[in-house]
Design a protein around this ligand. Structure first.
Ligand code: DOR
Ligand code: ZN
Length: 350
């Protein structure tokens, strides 16, 4: 479907989008965050970084059932499940995973981010499993940052490309790889120049903000995520990639809820919660770039095509209409502070 636009576009009707990178956590948290995502998206790729991580097909199916139980009556939403790659994820779990409908496996370099202690210490330890994935057609979703403390935090994505991703790609030429939540000009360029087996997801917050957002008027923990926001030149490269119409780039919110008291903390958790206003934030970013006509491909087509899944059939409507984001949501016993809480946003899903 063509996005219906007039010259000063005030209403945008697009095919129902999907979120190709999402954290929903577990337990009571599901009841807050799953309805936010289900209200906008047809499907979402569910990250497996629970404690303990989701490492078997059986655990993925049980987690999927808990997520589905949190979808409000009358809404249709399909969680797409993933496994967490460890140094010892057995290769024979891959066939079981595929048979259970698991679509991908997530690589966290050990220590890179939230709940990544069980992650991979050396990619070579995972090669048998990656071989099985390449054969079975499961995708590898990559948190692309090196972890060594002698590499500057802001350089960790670029260094990962040269030292990890390029060798991996050479050893597994037909493994479908999604370079998740890219944050740099180097990553956008790498993906643009790579072959049809490589794609990337991009968050709304990396399209809207640069690293100044973390430090404006004091330290602002709700803008802290990993990979961390970068300087303006990188944000501009991401906007260019997302709005180019290139099918290698698609939507992945990386919405990552944490209790507010653990973000507003001496060592605050990484993660921005954006599921409450995901499409609103993407619409704002595409509108600012004069590229609302490219939003539907990015949000609703490119990801499904890369994953080899059918595109959604329904539609959603976005309207130019200022509204104020709630400051907090209940989050089990705690509070969840969404990105842009208390701020007015220019677009709204109706
Ligand atoms: O900021 C982040 N939060 N980056 C990640 O990679 C993980 C995520 C989380 O799970 O909170
Ligand atoms: Zn994530």
């Amino acid at each position: 479907m063509n996005p219906m636009q007039n010259s000063q576009t005030n209403t945008l009707t697009i095919t129902r989008p999907d979120d190709w990178h999402l954290h929903v956590r577990d337990g009571a948290a599901l009841n807050t965050v799953v309805p936010h995502t289900a209200a906008q998206f047809g499907r979402a790729i569910i990250m497996p970084n629970l404690k303990p991580p989701v490492t078997t097909a059986e655990q993925a199916l049980a987690y999927k059932a808990r997520i589905q139980a949190a979808v409000p009556a009358g809404m249709s939403f399909e969680p797409l499940m993933t496994l967490y790659l460890t140094d010892n994820l057995p290769a024979d779990e891959i066939a079981r995973a595929r048979d259970a409908g698991v679509v991908a496996v997530k690589l966290y370099p050990a220590g890179a981010t939230t709940n990544s202690d069980a992650g991979v210490t050396d990619l070579r330890k995972t090669y048998k499993t990656l071989e099985a994935m390449q054969k079975a057609g499961l995708l590898l979703l990559v948190h692309g940052e090196v972890t060594s403390s002698d590499i500057d935090l802001f350089d960790r994505e670029a260094v990962f490309i040269d030292t990890q991703l390029k060798p991996l790609r050479k050893d597994f030429p037909e493994l479908k790889i999604v370079f998740e939540h890219i944050t740099t000009q180097e990553a956008a360029q790498y993906v643009t120049e790579s072959d049809c087996f490589t794609a990337a997801s991009i968050t709304a917050h990396h399209l809207l903000y640069n690293r100044n957002a973390i430090f404006t008027g004091g330290i602002r923990p709700h803008y802290y995520c990993l990979p961390v926001l970068k300087r303006e030149t990188h944000r501009l490269a991401l906007v260019q990639a997302a709005t180019s119409g290139n099918a290698k780039f698609f939507l992945g919110t990386d919405s990552a809820p944490h209790p507010a008291h653990l973000k507003e903390h001496a060592s605050g958790c990484a993660g921005c919660y954006t599921a409450h206003a995901a499409m609103e934030l993407y619409a704002q970013a595409f509108d600012a770039a004069g590229a609302l006509d490219k939003l539907e491909g990015f949000a609703s087509f490119h990801g499904a095509d890369f994953y080899g899944l059918p595109r959604n059939t329904g539609t959603i409507i976005l309207r130019r209409e200022s509204w104020t984001v709630p400051e907090t949501f209940a989050f089990g016993e705690a509070q969840l502070k969404p990105l842009c809480g208390g701020d007015a946003l220019p677009w709204r899903v109706v």
